[in-house]
Every structure is written in C-alpha cells, then in structure tokens.
Design a protein. Sequence first.
Length: 76
Amino acid sequence: MIDPRYMTLTQWADAVILQSSDAWSFGKLTDESRWQDWATGFVRASNFTQQLVPDPYQFPDWREWAMRVYPMLEVN
C-alpha cells in the first residue's frame, strides 16, 4: 500500500508510477505545482478508468486527494 501520509508528493508519485502497469499514460511528476495535471493523467490511465477516482481539481491539497486514491491502487 502506498500511504501518502509519510511521503513527499514526488515520493508518492514515483511510487505510484512503479506500481502502475500503465505509467506511460501519465508519466513522471516533474513540477509539484502542477500535481493536479499529473493526477488527471493518472485518473485517465487505462487501469483506473473503470474506478471512480476522484477529480484532483476538487482537492486543494495533493495529500487529501492521494488519501482517497491510494486504497484503489491495491485493487490494480
């Protein structure tokens, strides 16, 4: 489980990429201020489109969004 509580944004994003079989769909996060753009790519990745992943633009803080998303990573 990739629990974002004890990670930086970049650490968490890198861990998500390593776990995903479709990492090329959303790529590496290179600018933390654009985390929502990166997260949108994550939401659209083929192995997550069937899940109800929350819209990252509904969250002001990346960690709030990640806390909702990381349990879904265990399913894939």
